[in-house]
Structures are given as structure tokens and as C-alpha cells.
Design a protein around this ligand. Structure first.
Ligand code: HEC
Length: 190
């Protein structure tokens, strides 16, 4: 009996040690707490293809880009500046910064704000040959922002999901990134 108990205790300890880091990793991949994948995908799709001014207005429906998107091709995440920036940050020994984090920050804030804030954190300022984004990249801050916020709220309300006003923009950025990673990206460098 005692042996059995000791064995269970050992099993629990081993399981915790092995799986805790995994749950930590996956926690970072979740779209804001209580939003499921299909819902995020739906909001993301609507934002991406928003009629007035969505991501597709500059990046095209398939993400291949064009004059308005500069050199950005959303299908090739391996060529994104964010991927390069994530490498640079990791070289400094900061391991929590992923391409995903950086892109979501860019989509959420737009290039102008991202450029002025990203490297202002203590360690980040040490990064050499800093890469900045073209100011035309505005992310969710399009001329249709108000309209898109209402649309996202409407979809959430239908599913009886409540999201604090402060979290709505981040949810929109995460959702549209989820759409991009699911439907647009063709390589899998992330
Ligand atoms: C008004 C035009 C415009 C709109 C609207 C726009 N973008 Fe961009 N986007 C750009 C430009 C220009 C770049 C190139 C930035 C650079 O390379 O510095 C870019 C770059 C990007 C990149 C590549 C970042 C990298 O690391 O190289 C991603 C991803 C992206 N946009 C996603 C989006 C998403 C998602 C939306 C919609 C929420 C969006 N963009 C809306 C113009 C736009």
C-alpha cells in the first residue's frame, strides 16, 4: 500500500516536471483566454477581408502583396522582418520573444507605434542593426477600425462571449494573425 502511494507521488512529480513546460508553451499560443479557434478564425477572416479597408486592401486576398504592401509577402513567414527580429532578440538571450509575438504587436500597434516602442525596453535597446517597419503598415488601425470593432463585438455577443473593451483590439490582432497563420502562410518557419 505504502509503496503504491509512493509510486503515485513519484508519477505525479514526474508528470508535472515533464508537462509543465509544455503547458507553458501552449498557453502562449492560445487566443485570449475564452475564445475558441473557430471563433477567432471567423473574426480574423472578416478583418482580413474587411471591405472598407482590411489587410487584403494592401496585402491582397491571398497575401502575396503588391505595391501597397511594400516587399511584404504574407505567404512567406520565413522572409518576414519579424522572423529576423525574433532571431536577433533570441541571440541576446531573451527566449520568450517569438515571431508570433512580434507580428501580433505590429498588427496591434501599427508600424509607427511599434517602431517607437519595441526597442525602448532595457535589453532590447542593445540590439544591433535594428530593423524597423514601413509606416504604411497600420495593422488593425485602418480607416474601418470603428466598423471592424463593432463587427467583432457583434460576433462575440452572438456567442455570448464578453471581452473587456481594453482587450478587444488585442483579440482582433490575435484573431487576424490566427487567420493569417492558418489560411495565408505557406511555409512553416514559425
Ligand atoms: C495600408 C496598407 C496596409 C494595411 C491595411 C495592412 N498592412 Fe500589413 N504591411 C503593410 C506594409 C507596407 C508592410 C511592409 C512593412 C515593412 O516591411 O516594413 C506590411 C507588413 C506586414 C507583415 C509582415 C511583417 C514582417 O515581419 O515583415 C504582416 C504579417 C502584415 N503586414 C500583416 C497585416 C495584417 C494582418 C493586416 C490587417 C489587420 C495588415 N497587415 C494591414 C501595409 C499594410
Amino acid at each position: 500500500m505504502i509503496k503504491n502511494q509512493q509510486f503515485s507521488l513519484l508519477a505525479v512529480i514526474l508528470l508535472t516536471v515533464f508537462f509543465a513546460p509544455l503547458t507553458d508553451i501552449f498557453a502562449g499560443e492560445k487566443i485570449l483566454s475564452n475564445i475558441e479557434d473557430p471563433l477567432a478564425l471567423k473574426i480574423g477572416e472578416r478583418l482580413y477581408h474587411s471591405q472598407k479597408q482590411g489587410c487584403a486592401t494592401c496585402h491582397q486576398a491571398n497575401g502575396a502583396g503588391g505595391a501597397k504592401a511594400g516587399a511584404a509577402n504574407l505567404q512567406k513567414s520565413s522572409e518576414w522582418k519579424s522572423t529576423l527580429i525574433a532571431h536577433k532578440v533570441r541571440e541576446l538571450g531573451i527566449d520568450k520573444e517569438s515571431t508570433r509575438n512580434i507580428v501580433i504587436g505590429l498588427i496591434l500597434n501599427g508600424a509607427e507605434k511599434w517602431n517607437s516602442e519595441f526597442y525602448s525596453r532595457p535589453k532590447y535597446s542593445e540590439i544591433k542593426d535594428k530593423i524597423f517597419f514601413d509606416k504604411r503598415m497600420i495593422g488593425v488601425h485602418s480607416t474601418a477600425l470603428k466598423f471592424n470593432q463593432k463587427m467583432a463585438k457583434r460576433i462575440l455577443r452572438k456567442k455570448k462571449k464578453k471581452v473587456a473593451a481594453n482587450d478587444l483590439l488585442r483579440l482582433m490582432a490575435e484573431s487576424v494573425y490566427h487567420y493569417v497563420e492558418t489560411k495565408i502562410i505557406l511555409d512553416s518557419e514559425n
